[in-house]
Design a protein around this ligand. Structure first.
Ligand SMILES: [Zn+2]
Ligand SMILES: [Zn+2]
Length: 359
């Protein structure tokens, strides 16, 4: 970093960042960003999006993140300072997927970059609920991009979750799939619906709660939105109401053991289940061995994204995949806890958190 390269933050108050000091306990800490090391970026956050991972981390911590820790990982902004050799100049609008594979661990060596053994809170660009965020050099090099001018910042900030969904869709065998059900109408479930519809799956249904989310499923291309409450909270019944023999594919996007069980119980014979929603550490889910064997089920898991998923996600965002309906409101950074409460109630889908906004 050359002296003078760092723009002064034009803010009336000290820049701040939300720090989770213990589960359920947020603090706003003031502090100027450090000078960037070689290849690093300091990005002034323009928009950060709420994510279920943040809510889960806020409530119960996260196995890959040591506390105290800043929070937030879906963001876009402008480069405030660029280390020697960094790929973007000060002032450039960038969108970043907040991790990068190491390229050297056994998973990376096998080509499973999304499962890199060295991705955790210490190597990620973590802490976007803040005025600024540090983007380590490997991420700046591999998973940071100029934000296309046509892309609204809040929509551009969907790059990370969309990359995860691109990775999940890739694991499915969509050949000859006539019907797919997505369990869970949160942002991830809704993005799966949008991508499967775009891929031409003839019937895509989303099972969930909350009118706003179910309406959004239809806006994003799902052919049916099924209210779980209307089926006695029984996800298998809900699925079978639309597909009496079960759908060919079920994607579980809830992250609770009962939903994992329902996904495996509701899929048709010979069908495929993608178990996508992360359950709490230590969760065990029973397996119906008879169904698994005699009905020839295929069960898959998926997690995270690789740099090629990120590039494809950015292509999707810039080629007409309209995910703007997922962002249902905005709040200033100082009201982050209110955002978590709104998420927990299902009253929103994703909220744009705006730093430096006194609200
Ligand atoms: Zn996320
Ligand atoms: Zn690795």
């Amino acid at each position: 970093m050359k002296p003078g390269g760092q723009r002064h933050l034009a803010r009336e108050c000290m820049p701040s960042r939300a720090v989770l000091v213990a589960p359920g306990q947020l603090e706003f800490q003031a502090g100027e960003p450090p000078p960037p090391a070689a290849g690093e970026l300091i990005v002034g956050v323009e928009v950060a999006l709420t994510c279920g991972t943040d809510l889960k981390t806020f409530r119960r911590g996260h196995p890959k993140i040591a506390l105290p820790s800043p929070l937030g990982h879906e963001f876009t902004g402008r480069v405030l300072a660029a280390g020697e050799g960094a790929p973007f100049r000060v002032g450039a609008p960038v969108v970043v997927a907040p991790s990068a594979p190491c390229g050297a661990c056994p998973s990376c060596a096998r080509g499973d970059e999304s499962l890199c053994d060295r991705i955790d809170g210490s190597t990620m660009a973590w802490g976007a609920f803040a005025d600024w965020i540090r983007v380590p050099a490997p991420i700046a090099r591999r998973n940071a991009f100029l934000r296309p001018a046509a892309l609204a910042p809040a929509v551009a900030a969907l790059l990370e979750p969309l990359s995860c969904v691109v990775n999940g869709v890739d694991r499915l065998d969509l050949h000859r799939v006539e019907a797919a059900v997505i369990l869970g109408a949160g942002p991830i479930g809704l993005m799966f619906a949008a991508l499967l519809a775009r891929r031409g799956v003839p019937r895509v249904a989303v099972v969930g709660r909350h009118a706003l989310r179910l309406e959004t499923a239809l806006r994003l291309g799902a052919h049916a939105a099924i209210d779980l409450g209307a089926h006695g909270d029984d996800a298998v019944r809900a699925m079978r109401s639309a597909f009496p023999h079960g759908p060919c594919v079920v994607i579980e996007c809830v992250g609770r053991p009962d939903a994992w069980t329902a996904a495996m119980a509701g899929v048709r014979k010979g069908g495929e289940v993608l178990l996508y929603g992360g359950c709490a550490a230590g969760t065990m889910v029973p397996l119906d061995a008879r169904r698994m064997h005699y009905d020839g089920l295929t069960l898959k898991g998926a997690f995270h994204f690789s740099p090629s998923d990120v590039r494809r996600a950015l292509d999707l965002l810039t080629s007409g995949l309209d995910l703007a309906p997922l962002i249902t409101g905005s709040l200033p950074l100082a009201r982050l806890e209110d955002a978590f409460a709104a998420m927990a109630s299902g009253a929103c889908i994703k909220l744009a958190i705006l730093p430096g906004d006194a609200g």
